[in-house]
Design a protein around this ligand. Structure first.
Ligand code: SF4
Ligand code: MG
Length: 316
């Protein structure tokens, strides 16, 4: 659970409400070694918050996270290097005044993963891994394109030899052609390094390419969880269905297409989520019960969880 009071009010630029808001509430997730789990939802649903908790950047007000049995945080501070995060804007993680080689070497040197004498080779190895020339180490971030900067940010995270990468919309700010290159890089890294990933995205197509399983998030809660192909083929939550319908066209090799239908209504403020099912104001299937009773995430099929009172649904 992650709660915000002032934090969200500050973000809105005014002190609207002093109540505690649960930006992420009652979420329990595990990712297997070598698995990529997608986390999908509209902006403001809490997925970045959850990602930051998993990566040890933000302390939950209740609950805990661990990687390979090791707690990610203790006493409100990150205590492991086993999980690293990659952000949407690679500039956020690259110091403009530092040569990128020094930026990549900084963490590994501090944690004894390399030595001053070997740092040059160590950095070169990770630059090569992400498809860049080791000679780039002496350049500065502004000398690179957006896609190259994201590769550098990935090299920087990998140089910490993490068990897990948390990627928050890592391709969202890139041109479509560059997006495909970075997604292919992630696929290659998964194969070669057996990387475990939590991949946060609002883009269902990107997640379909990259992730074994997908968790769908709405207003701080996971509403559906399952194997990616199975979830897309037969969603077991009306919100997942609405998300899939809202994609103009999922152009995919297996012939699945959807017609464009925006999700009805606005995303309610996380400061005052509706009672009962958080989705009931926008749900075409909402009934009396949905306004009062919170649907719990429960098993509705093989390896499939849904938080809808009326799941399972027959495939369309
Ligand atoms: Fe819709 Fe009710 Fe299911 Fe919520 S519980 S998704 S409102 S049908
Ligand atoms: Mg976000």
């Amino acid at each position: 659970r992650v709660s915000f009071g002032d934090r969200i009010a500050a973000k809105l630029g005014q002190k609207v409400d002093t109540r505690i808001t649960h930006a992420v509430d009652g979420v329990s997730l595990s990712v297997a070694k070598g698995e990529a789990l997608g986390l999908v939802g509209e902006s403001g649903c809490g997925k970045s918050t959850l990602g930051r908790v998993v990566a040890g950047i933000l302390a939950p007000s209740a609950g805990a996270t661990s990687v390979a049995g090791e707690p990610v945080m203790s006493g409100g501070r990150k205590t492991t290097t086993r999980v690293q995060m990659i952000f949407q804007d690679p500039f956020a993680s690259l110091d403009p005044r530092m040569q990128v080689g020094d930026t990549i070497a900084e963490g590994p040197l501090a944690h004894g993963l390399t030595t001053k004498a070997q740092a040059r080779d160590y950095v070169g190895k990770w630059l090569t891994t992400v498809g860049l020339d080791p000679a780039f180490a002496s350049r500065y971030p502004h000398q690179f394109s957006g896609g190259q900067r994201q590769r550098i940010a990935i090299a920087r995270a990998l140089a910490m030899q993490p068990d897990m990468l948390v990627c928050d919309e890592p391709v969202a700010s890139l041109d479509v052609s560059i997006q495909a290159q970075i997604i292919n890089l992630f696929l290659k890294l998964r194969r070669e390094l057996n990387l475990t990933m939590l991949f946060i995205s609002h883009d269902l197509g990107v997640v379909r390419h990259l992730c074994d399983r997908v968790a769908i998030m709405y207003l701080g809660r996971i509403v559906e969880l399952g194997e990616t192909q199975a979830v897309y083929a037969a969603p077991q939550h009306p919100y997942t269905q609405a998300l899939l319908d809202s994609v103009p066209k999922l152009v995919l090799d297996d012939g699945v297409t959807t017609s464009f239908k925006p999700i009805a209504g606005e995303l309610p403020s996380p400061l005052s989520p509706p009672a009962g099912c958080h989705f009931h104001l926008r749900c075409p299937l909402a009934a009396e019960r949905c306004r009062e009773e919170r649907p719990l995430l429960r098993e509705v099929g093989a390896a499939r969880l849904s938080a809808c009172h009326f799941a399972p649904f027959a495939p369309a």
